[in-house]
Design a protein around this ligand. Structure first.
Ligand SMILES: Nc1ncnc2c1ncn2[C@@H]1O[C@H](COP(=O)(O)OP(=O)(O)OP(=O)(O)O)[C@@H](O)[C@H]1O
Ligand SMILES: [Mg+2]
Length: 386
C-alpha cells in the first residue's frame, strides 16, 4: 500500500510539481493551498506525512506545524523553508518538524528526505505500539498478581479456620471421654450430698437460720449437677431420634420459652421464616438446642431492649438460618475462642453453649459463621437438607 502524503503550499507551481514527482515515485499525494484546509484533509485522510510551507498567508507555517503535531501525533511534518532561514529551521525542529527542506530543492533530495522521515516514523510508531503492549501486559500481570494474592489470602484464612475447627473437634472429643466418666463419678456422691442435706433440712424446722444454710447446700449442689448435665451435652450426643422435621417449626418451638423474657427485657422479635418449609432428617430436640443457645446468648446481650431477628432461607440443597441481635457485640479478640468449651465472659456462664451449638451443627454436616461489631452480632447456620 502506498503511503499517503499531503502537500500544503500557497504556490500552485510547487503543488503541481511535487505532486507529479511524488506520485511517480508511488506515493498517494493530496494537495491543498492553505492550513485550514490542511487540518480538514488530515482529519479525513490521516496522511503519514505532511510537506508544509513555512511562508504562507493567513495561518503561518510555524503555527500550522504546532497545530498539526498537537492534533495528529501520528502525522509527521517536513517543512519547506526559504534560503537564509536556518535559525527558523531550528525553531521548526523544536516545534515538532521531522525535517526541513530549503527551497528551491532537487526532486531527488526531496524524495530522499521523505523516505527517511517515513522510515523513522514507522520505527517510532512501532516502538510506541510495543510500549503500549508492554504496559498492557504489565497491567495484566499486576492484576493476575493481585488475584493470586487475594486467593492465597482467602485460602490461608480458610485453612486457619479449618485448622481451628479440627483443634476444637479434637478438644471436644477429649472432653467427651473425660467428662462422661467424671460426670458419672461426681453425680453419684453429689446425689448423696443432696439427699443428706435434705434430711438435715427437714430436721431443722425450729432453726430457720441453719435450715437456710442447708438449703443453700441443696441449691449449690443442683447448680453443680446442672453444669455436669451441660458438660455432658457439650461433648456427647444424648438419646436421639431421627425424623423428618421442618426447620421453621423447630425455630418457632425453640423461641417459645424466651417470649416472656423478651417481653420483660423489651426486646422486639422479628422473624422471617419464608414460604417454603425446608425439612431434614434430624432430632428436633437436638436441633432446637442450637437455636435455644443462640437465643439465650442474644437475650443476655440485650438486657435493656433491642431486636432479635431470626430468618430462614433455603434452596433445594441447604437451609440458612440467621440469628442476629442488637447487643454489645463480641470483641474481635474473642471471636476465635467463643466456640471453645469453657470460654465465657459471664459470671455465671459455663462457656458450653456455643460448643454445644458447634457440635450439633457438625453432627448434621452443617457450617456456622459469626459476624459481630459494636452494633450487634449475627450467627449464620447452614444445614444441608435431606
Ligand atoms: N450474641 C452474643 N453477643 C455477644 N457475645 C456473645 C454472644 N454469643 C456469645 N457471646 C460470647 O461468647 C461467649 C461464649 O458463649 P457460650 O454460649 O459458649 O457460653 P456462655 O453463654 O458464656 O455460657 P453458657 O452458654 O454456658 O451459659 C459468651 O460468654 C460471650 O462472651
Ligand atoms: Mg450461652
Amino acid at each position: 500500500m502506498s503511503e499517503k502524503l499531503l502537500v500544503v503550499d500557497d504556490e500552485r507551481m510547487i503543488l503541481e510539481l511535487t505532486s507529479m514527482v511524488l506520485t511517480s515515485r508511488g506515493f498517494d499525494v493530496s494537495v491543498v493551498d492553505n492550513a485550514l484546509d490542511a487540518y480538514e484533509m488530515i482529519e479525513r485522510e490521516q496522511p503519514a506525512l505532511v510537506l508544509l510551507d513555512y511562508m504562507m498567508p493567513k495561518v503561518n507555517g510555524l503555527d500550522a506545524l504546532k497545530e498539526i503535531r498537537k492534533r495528529f501525533p501520528e502525522t509527521y511534518v517536513i517543512m519547506f523553508t526559504g534560503k537564509g532561514s536556518e535559525e527558523v529551521a531550528v525553531e521548526l525542529m523544536k516545534s515538532g518538524a521531522s525535517d526541513y527542506v530549503l527551497k528551491p530543492f532537487s526532486n531527488a533530495k526531496l524524495v530522499e528526505r521523505i523516505e527517511n522521515v517515513l522510515r523513522i516514523r514507522s520505527i517510532e510508531l512501532h516502538n510506541k505500539a510495543l510500549i503500549q503492549e508492554q504496559e498492557r501486559l504489565l497491567d495484566e500481570i499486576e492484576s493476575w498478581n493481585r488475584t493470586l494474592e487475594e486467593r492465597v489470602e482467602q485460602k490461608t484464612v480458610e485453612l486457619e479456620m479449618a485448622h481451628h475447627e479440627v483443634l476444637l473437634t479434637e478438644k471436644l472429643a477429649a472432653l467427651g471421654h473425660l467428662s462422661a466418666g467424671m460426670a458419672h463419678e461426681i453425680r453419684n456422691p453429689l446425689n448423696s450430698i443432696s439427699l443428706f442435706a435434705q434430711v438435715i433440712s427437714s430436721g431443722l424446722e425450729d432453726e430457720p437460720e441453719m435450715k437456710s444454710y442447708s438449703e443453700k447446700i441443696i441449691n449449690e449442689v443442683e447448680r453443680i449437677d446442672a453444669i455436669l448435665v451441660k458438660l455432658l451435652s457439650t461433648s456427647k450426643r444424648s438419646h436421639f431420634q431421627l425424623r423428618t422435621i421442618h426447620i421453621d417449626r423447630v425455630i418457632t418451638t425453640s423461641l417459645q420459652p424466651f417470649l416472656e423474657q423478651m417481653n420483660v427485657q423489651d426486646v422486639t422479635l422479628k422473624t422471617e421464616l419464608g414460604e417454603k418449609t425446608p425439612s431434614l432428617l434430624a432430632d428436633a430436640d437436638e436441633l432446637g438446642q442450637i437455636f435455644s443457645n443462640l437465643f439465650a446468648n442474644a437475650l443476655f446481650e440485650m438486657k435493656t431492649g433491642g431486636t432479635l431477628s431470626v430468618t430462614l432461607e433455603s434452596d433445594n440443597k441447604e437451609a440458612l438460618v440467621t440469628v442476629s441481635d442488637t447487643g454489645g457485640g463480641i470483641p474481635e479478640e474473642h471471636l476465635n475462642n467463643i466456640f471453645d468449651p469453657f470460654f465465657t465472659t459471664k459470671d455465671r456462664g459455663t462457656g458450653f453453649g456455643l460448643s454445644v451449638v458447634l457440635r450439633i451443627v457438625k453432627t448434621y454436616a452443617g457450617r456456622i459463621n459469626v459476624e459481630s461489631n459494636s452494633q450487634g452480632t449475627s450467627f449464620q447456620i447452614w444445614l444441608p437438607l435431606a
